[in-house]
Design a protein around this ligand. Structure first.
Ligand SMILES: *Cc1c(COP(=O)(O)O)cnc(C)c1O
Length: 231
């Protein structure tokens, strides 16, 4: 199946999941995760209507997306993979949002790199909710400290939370992971009402319908749009 057709299929499934759960489809953004895929495939997804792309590695993103706003006018690029400190400066200049902020030292680094920006860099805090790679904040006190820091940097704009559910066929485990993200979000919102907690980035090819049912506002789809790709 062509990429544009796969995009259309995903959009239909998003719509159905929204109808099922009584949600407005305009509140769920669709990201095409283009890691391991060529720019020609990214253009196909663009032709299918994808306006938001996600990449996991800074170097790969630089190779494919430098200057992308000229050919893909209005497109947005988010970082969704583990970000090393020595790549943070490049990441800040390329990405519109960094979703994978998973430790306080990275907040500090990003805060100092963005101190002279005209418009703040949006970041999401990544939480560990059961995925096996252990990426993301685990301890509540670490998370709270990081939030205080995010809110203190004028160059950073908080956009919400991100997580990866465990990769499993057990729907109950997946649902529990998404629910725990929502519950932490509610706690953070009560404690830090000055922050914007509206963004919930959760749901991938194998679990995005469950994520929509649980309140996701941004689903990150790789395989179901682009296929397996070369790693
Ligand atoms: C690769 C990746 C995705 C996309 O996963 P698929 O299962 O291929 O849809 C989403 N989020 C993150 C953080 C990823 O690394």
């Amino acid at each position: 199946m062509a990429i544009v057709d796969k995009v259309r299929r995903i959009q239909e499934r998003i719509l159905a999941a929204c109808i099922r759960s009584g949600r407005d489809p305009a509140t769920v953004r669709l990201m095409g995760v283009s890691k391991f895929h060529e720019f020609s495939e990214i253009e196909e997804a663009w032709n299918g209507g994808i306006r938001l792309f996600g990449e996991s590695r800074v170097q790969e993103a630089v190779e494919k997306f430098t200057g992308f706003k000229t050919s893909l006018a209005g497109a947005e690029l988010h970082m969704i993979g583990s970000l090393q400190r020595n790549k943070a400066k490049t990441a800040v200049s390329l990405f519109d949002c960094i979703q994978s902020v998973d430790r306080d030292s990275l907040v500090t680094e990003l805060g100092s790199l963005t101190s002279d920006r005209d418009s703040p860099l949006t970041i999401l805090l990544e939480l560990h909710t059961g995925e096996s790679s252990k990426a993301g904040f685990l301890e509540e006190d670490h998370l709270f400290r990081a939030v205080e820091h995010v809110l203190s940097y004028p160059g950073l704009a908080l956009g919400g939370l991100m997580t990866m559910a465990p990769y499993t066929g057990d729907e109950a485990l997946i649902r529990a992971a998404f629910r725990s993200l929502v519950s932490v979000r509610n706690k953070l919102e009560a404690r830090f009402p000055e922050g914007d907690w509206s963004g919930l980035s959760m749901g991938m090819s194998n679990d995005f319908e469950i994520a929509i049912e649980e309140g996701s506002t941004l689903i990150r789809i790789g395989t179901a749009i682009f296929g397996e790709g070369l790693t």
